[in-house]
Design a protein around this ligand. Structure first.
Ligand SMILES: NC(=O)c1ccc[n+]([C@@H]2O[C@H](COP(=O)([O-])OP(=O)(O)OC[C@H]3O[C@@H](n4cnc5c(N)ncnc54)[C@H](OP(=O)(O)O)[C@@H]3O)[C@@H](O)[C@H]2O)c1
Length: 246
Protein backbone atom coordinates (compact mmCIF):
# COMPACT_ATOMS: atom_id res chain seq x y z
CA UNK A 1 0.00 0.00 0.00
CA UNK A 2 0.99 3.64 -0.51
CA UNK A 3 0.02 5.35 2.75
CA UNK A 4 0.13 8.98 3.87
CA UNK A 5 0.10 9.44 7.66
CA UNK A 6 -0.47 12.68 9.57
CA UNK A 7 0.63 12.04 13.17
CA UNK A 8 3.29 9.34 12.77
CA UNK A 9 5.81 11.10 15.01
CA UNK A 10 4.22 9.69 18.17
CA UNK A 11 1.86 7.12 19.70
CA UNK A 12 -0.51 5.07 17.57
CA UNK A 13 0.48 6.87 14.35
CA UNK A 14 4.12 5.94 14.92
CA UNK A 15 3.19 2.31 15.65
CA UNK A 16 1.10 2.17 12.47
CA UNK A 17 3.88 3.72 10.35
CA UNK A 18 6.39 1.22 11.75
CA UNK A 19 4.10 -1.72 11.02
CA UNK A 20 3.41 -0.47 7.49
CA UNK A 21 7.16 -0.09 6.86
CA UNK A 22 7.88 -3.58 8.19
CA UNK A 23 5.14 -5.09 5.98
CA UNK A 24 6.52 -3.51 2.79
CA UNK A 25 4.19 -0.52 2.41
CA UNK A 26 5.49 2.85 1.19
CA UNK A 27 4.81 5.61 3.68
CA UNK A 28 4.78 9.39 3.29
CA UNK A 29 4.94 11.24 6.61
CA UNK A 30 3.15 14.51 7.38
CA UNK A 31 3.78 16.38 10.62
CA UNK A 32 4.34 19.76 12.16
CA UNK A 33 8.02 19.50 13.07
CA UNK A 34 10.65 18.96 10.35
CA UNK A 35 13.25 17.52 12.76
CA UNK A 36 10.76 15.01 14.21
CA UNK A 37 9.73 14.01 10.68
CA UNK A 38 13.35 13.38 9.66
CA UNK A 39 13.94 11.31 12.81
CA UNK A 40 10.75 9.30 12.25
CA UNK A 41 11.62 8.69 8.59
CA UNK A 42 15.09 7.42 9.56
CA UNK A 43 13.50 5.04 12.07
CA UNK A 44 11.21 3.64 9.35
CA UNK A 45 14.12 3.14 6.94
CA UNK A 46 15.90 1.06 9.60
CA UNK A 47 12.77 -1.10 9.95
CA UNK A 48 11.64 -1.35 6.33
CA UNK A 49 14.58 -0.35 4.13
CA UNK A 50 15.07 2.71 1.90
CA UNK A 51 11.89 2.05 -0.06
CA UNK A 52 9.73 2.27 3.07
CA UNK A 53 9.69 6.07 3.15
CA UNK A 54 8.66 8.01 0.06
CA UNK A 55 9.22 11.36 1.78
CA UNK A 56 8.05 13.82 4.40
CA UNK A 57 6.29 17.19 4.37
CA UNK A 58 5.37 19.80 6.96
CA UNK A 59 1.69 19.81 7.77
CA UNK A 60 0.29 21.51 10.86
CA UNK A 61 -3.41 21.18 11.68
CA UNK A 62 -3.23 24.71 13.10
CA UNK A 63 -2.01 26.07 9.74
CA UNK A 64 -4.55 25.23 7.06
CA UNK A 65 -2.32 26.64 4.30
CA UNK A 66 0.02 23.66 4.85
CA UNK A 67 -2.63 21.05 3.90
CA UNK A 68 -2.75 21.22 0.09
CA UNK A 69 1.04 21.58 -0.47
CA UNK A 70 1.76 18.66 1.89
CA UNK A 71 -0.78 16.40 0.18
CA UNK A 72 0.50 17.44 -3.26
CA UNK A 73 4.06 16.50 -2.18
CA UNK A 74 2.77 13.12 -1.02
CA UNK A 75 0.98 12.48 -4.31
CA UNK A 76 4.04 13.53 -6.28
CA UNK A 77 6.25 11.13 -4.29
CA UNK A 78 3.86 8.16 -4.11
CA UNK A 79 1.92 8.42 -7.36
CA UNK A 80 -1.33 6.63 -6.55
CA UNK A 81 -2.25 7.02 -2.85
CA UNK A 82 -4.09 4.06 -1.34
CA UNK A 83 -4.82 5.61 2.05
CA UNK A 84 -4.56 8.88 3.95
CA UNK A 85 -4.48 8.27 7.72
CA UNK A 86 -5.00 10.99 10.35
CA UNK A 87 -3.95 10.10 13.88
CA UNK A 88 -2.99 13.67 14.85
CA UNK A 89 -5.07 15.13 17.65
CA UNK A 90 -5.05 16.75 21.08
CA UNK A 91 -6.31 15.60 24.47
CA UNK A 92 -6.93 17.23 27.83
CA UNK A 93 -8.76 15.93 30.86
CA UNK A 94 -12.14 17.49 31.61
CA UNK A 95 -10.63 19.26 34.65
CA UNK A 96 -7.69 20.66 32.64
CA UNK A 97 -9.98 21.91 29.91
CA UNK A 98 -12.57 23.43 32.24
CA UNK A 99 -9.76 25.36 33.97
CA UNK A 100 -8.28 26.67 30.70
CA UNK A 101 -10.74 28.03 28.10
CA UNK A 102 -7.92 28.87 25.66
CA UNK A 103 -6.71 25.26 25.72
CA UNK A 104 -10.30 24.07 25.26
CA UNK A 105 -10.76 26.32 22.24
CA UNK A 106 -7.49 25.05 20.73
CA UNK A 107 -8.44 21.40 21.27
CA UNK A 108 -11.91 21.86 19.80
CA UNK A 109 -10.38 23.62 16.80
CA UNK A 110 -7.64 21.04 16.15
CA UNK A 111 -9.76 17.93 16.75
CA UNK A 112 -12.81 19.12 14.82
CA UNK A 113 -12.50 22.19 12.55
CA UNK A 114 -8.89 21.66 11.46
CA UNK A 115 -9.20 17.88 11.11
CA UNK A 116 -12.36 18.24 9.01
CA UNK A 117 -10.66 20.81 6.77
CA UNK A 118 -7.63 18.56 6.33
CA UNK A 119 -9.98 15.66 5.51
CA UNK A 120 -11.75 17.82 2.93
CA UNK A 121 -8.40 18.41 1.20
CA UNK A 122 -7.55 14.68 1.41
CA UNK A 123 -11.02 13.68 0.22
CA UNK A 124 -10.70 15.87 -2.89
CA UNK A 125 -7.28 14.46 -3.69
CA UNK A 126 -8.42 10.82 -3.26
CA UNK A 127 -11.51 11.38 -5.42
CA UNK A 128 -9.41 13.09 -8.09
CA UNK A 129 -7.42 9.88 -8.49
CA UNK A 130 -10.55 7.69 -8.63
CA UNK A 131 -10.90 6.80 -4.95
CA UNK A 132 -8.96 5.56 -1.96
CA UNK A 133 -9.25 5.26 1.80
CA UNK A 134 -9.52 8.09 4.32
CA UNK A 135 -8.85 6.69 7.80
CA UNK A 136 -9.28 9.10 10.72
CA UNK A 137 -8.86 8.57 14.46
CA UNK A 138 -11.92 9.56 16.47
CA UNK A 139 -12.46 8.08 19.92
CA UNK A 140 -14.90 6.03 21.96
CA UNK A 141 -15.27 9.33 23.85
CA UNK A 142 -17.31 10.54 20.88
CA UNK A 143 -19.84 7.70 21.20
CA UNK A 144 -21.72 8.44 24.41
CA UNK A 145 -21.33 11.71 26.29
CA UNK A 146 -19.67 11.00 29.64
CA UNK A 147 -18.61 13.14 32.62
CA UNK A 148 -14.80 12.76 32.27
CA UNK A 149 -14.72 13.61 28.54
CA UNK A 150 -17.47 16.20 27.92
CA UNK A 151 -15.30 18.56 25.85
CA UNK A 152 -12.82 16.14 24.25
CA UNK A 153 -15.73 13.75 23.53
CA UNK A 154 -17.71 16.52 21.84
CA UNK A 155 -14.81 17.20 19.45
CA UNK A 156 -14.64 13.51 18.51
CA UNK A 157 -18.44 13.16 18.22
CA UNK A 158 -18.49 15.99 15.68
CA UNK A 159 -15.68 14.36 13.76
CA UNK A 160 -17.48 11.00 13.75
CA UNK A 161 -20.66 12.62 12.38
CA UNK A 162 -18.65 14.24 9.58
CA UNK A 163 -16.94 10.94 8.68
CA UNK A 164 -20.29 9.12 8.62
CA UNK A 165 -21.65 11.72 6.23
CA UNK A 166 -18.60 11.42 3.96
CA UNK A 167 -19.12 7.67 3.78
CA UNK A 168 -22.76 8.12 2.76
CA UNK A 169 -21.97 10.81 0.19
CA UNK A 170 -18.87 9.44 -1.51
CA UNK A 171 -18.93 5.63 -1.12
CA UNK A 172 -20.30 5.19 -4.64
CA UNK A 173 -17.49 7.41 -5.99
CA UNK A 174 -14.83 5.08 -4.60
CA UNK A 175 -14.03 6.83 -1.30
CA UNK A 176 -13.69 4.43 1.64
CA UNK A 177 -14.00 6.22 4.99
CA UNK A 178 -12.85 4.64 8.24
CA UNK A 179 -13.50 6.21 11.64
CA UNK A 180 -11.13 4.49 14.07
CA UNK A 181 -12.47 4.64 17.61
CA UNK A 182 -9.74 3.73 20.07
CA UNK A 183 -10.56 3.05 23.70
CA UNK A 184 -7.88 3.93 26.24
CA UNK A 185 -4.47 3.26 24.66
CA UNK A 186 -1.14 3.70 26.47
CA UNK A 187 0.63 6.52 24.59
CA UNK A 188 2.13 9.87 25.50
CA UNK A 189 -1.38 11.29 25.25
CA UNK A 190 -2.57 9.21 28.20
CA UNK A 191 0.68 9.25 30.22
CA UNK A 192 -0.08 9.99 33.86
CA UNK A 193 -3.69 8.77 33.63
CA UNK A 194 -4.67 5.57 35.43
CA UNK A 195 -5.26 2.91 32.73
CA UNK A 196 -8.77 1.42 32.94
CA UNK A 197 -9.45 -2.29 32.37
CA UNK A 198 -9.03 -3.15 28.66
CA UNK A 199 -6.36 -0.45 28.12
CA UNK A 200 -4.59 -1.17 24.84
CA UNK A 201 -1.10 -0.89 23.40
CA UNK A 202 -0.20 1.10 20.24
CA UNK A 203 1.19 -2.00 18.47
CA UNK A 204 -2.11 -3.84 18.92
CA UNK A 205 -3.98 -0.82 17.51
CA UNK A 206 -1.56 -0.66 14.58
CA UNK A 207 -2.30 -4.29 13.63
CA UNK A 208 -6.06 -3.75 13.76
CA UNK A 209 -5.92 -0.49 11.81
CA UNK A 210 -3.62 -1.85 9.10
CA UNK A 211 -5.99 -4.78 8.65
CA UNK A 212 -8.83 -2.27 8.29
CA UNK A 213 -6.88 -0.36 5.62
CA UNK A 214 -6.65 -3.58 3.63
CA UNK A 215 -10.36 -4.30 4.10
CA UNK A 216 -12.07 -0.98 4.93
CA UNK A 217 -15.23 -0.68 7.04
CA UNK A 218 -16.79 2.56 8.30
CA UNK A 219 -16.19 2.11 12.05
CA UNK A 220 -13.28 0.31 13.72
CA UNK A 221 -13.17 -0.05 17.49
CA UNK A 222 -9.69 -0.77 18.78
CA UNK A 223 -8.73 -2.69 20.81
CA UNK A 224 -11.75 -4.62 19.58
CA UNK A 225 -13.13 -5.26 23.09
CA UNK A 226 -14.12 -1.58 23.27
CA UNK A 227 -16.98 -2.25 20.85
CA UNK A 228 -18.60 -4.40 23.54
CA UNK A 229 -17.82 -1.88 26.27
CA UNK A 230 -19.36 0.98 24.28
CA UNK A 231 -22.41 -1.10 23.32
CA UNK A 232 -23.05 -1.64 27.02
CA UNK A 233 -22.50 2.05 27.84
CA UNK A 234 -24.80 3.14 25.01
CA UNK A 235 -27.83 1.55 26.69
CA UNK A 236 -27.26 2.95 30.19
CA UNK A 237 -30.11 5.26 31.23
CA UNK A 238 -29.46 9.00 31.59
CA UNK A 239 -30.24 8.88 35.31
CA UNK A 240 -27.36 6.41 35.77
CA UNK A 241 -24.99 8.46 33.52
CA UNK A 242 -25.59 11.40 35.89
CA UNK A 243 -24.50 9.33 38.89
CA UNK A 244 -21.51 7.26 37.70
CA UNK A 245 -18.01 8.74 37.33
CA UNK A 246 -16.94 6.78 34.21
N1 LIG B 1 -4.37 7.35 23.48
C1 LIG B 1 -5.65 7.13 23.68
O1 LIG B 1 -6.05 6.51 24.70
C2 LIG B 1 -6.67 7.57 22.67
C3 LIG B 1 -8.01 7.14 22.87
C4 LIG B 1 -8.97 7.50 21.94
C5 LIG B 1 -8.63 8.27 20.84
N2 LIG B 1 -7.33 8.71 20.69
C6 LIG B 1 -7.04 9.50 19.51
O2 LIG B 1 -6.13 8.77 18.70
C7 LIG B 1 -5.25 9.67 18.03
C8 LIG B 1 -3.81 9.31 18.32
O3 LIG B 1 -3.60 9.39 19.73
P1 LIG B 1 -2.18 9.06 20.39
O4 LIG B 1 -2.49 8.55 21.75
O5 LIG B 1 -1.38 8.26 19.47
O6 LIG B 1 -1.60 10.54 20.54
P2 LIG B 1 -0.10 11.10 20.72
O7 LIG B 1 0.83 10.01 21.09
O8 LIG B 1 -0.22 12.29 21.61
O9 LIG B 1 0.26 11.59 19.23
C9 LIG B 1 -0.48 12.65 18.70
C10 LIG B 1 0.08 13.01 17.34
O10 LIG B 1 -0.67 14.15 16.90
C11 LIG B 1 0.25 15.08 16.34
N3 LIG B 1 -0.29 16.44 16.41
C12 LIG B 1 -0.79 17.09 17.47
N4 LIG B 1 -1.15 18.34 17.11
C13 LIG B 1 -0.87 18.47 15.80
C14 LIG B 1 -1.00 19.51 14.86
N5 LIG B 1 -1.47 20.73 15.19
N6 LIG B 1 -0.62 19.30 13.59
C15 LIG B 1 -0.11 18.09 13.22
N7 LIG B 1 0.06 17.06 14.06
C16 LIG B 1 -0.32 17.26 15.34
C17 LIG B 1 1.49 14.94 17.22
O11 LIG B 1 2.60 15.51 16.56
P3 LIG B 1 3.92 16.02 17.35
O12 LIG B 1 4.86 14.85 17.37
O13 LIG B 1 4.38 17.16 16.53
O14 LIG B 1 3.49 16.42 18.74
C18 LIG B 1 1.56 13.42 17.35
O15 LIG B 1 2.21 12.85 16.25
C19 LIG B 1 -5.65 11.07 18.50
O16 LIG B 1 -6.53 11.63 17.55
C20 LIG B 1 -6.39 10.83 19.79
O17 LIG B 1 -7.32 11.84 20.07
C21 LIG B 1 -6.36 8.37 21.58
Amino acid sequence: MNVVILGATKGMGRALARLCAERGDRVFLLGRDATDLTRSAADLVVRGGQGAVAGTARCDLEQSDTFDPALADAQHALGQIDAVVVTAGLFGTQEELEADPARTERLLHVNFVATVMFCEAARKLLLSQGGGTLCVFGSVAGDRARKPVVLYGASKAGLAAYLNGLDHRYYSSGLRVICVRPGFVKTGMTAGLRPPPFAGEPDQVAKEVRAALLCPRPVVYTPLVWELVMTAISVLPRALMRRIKF
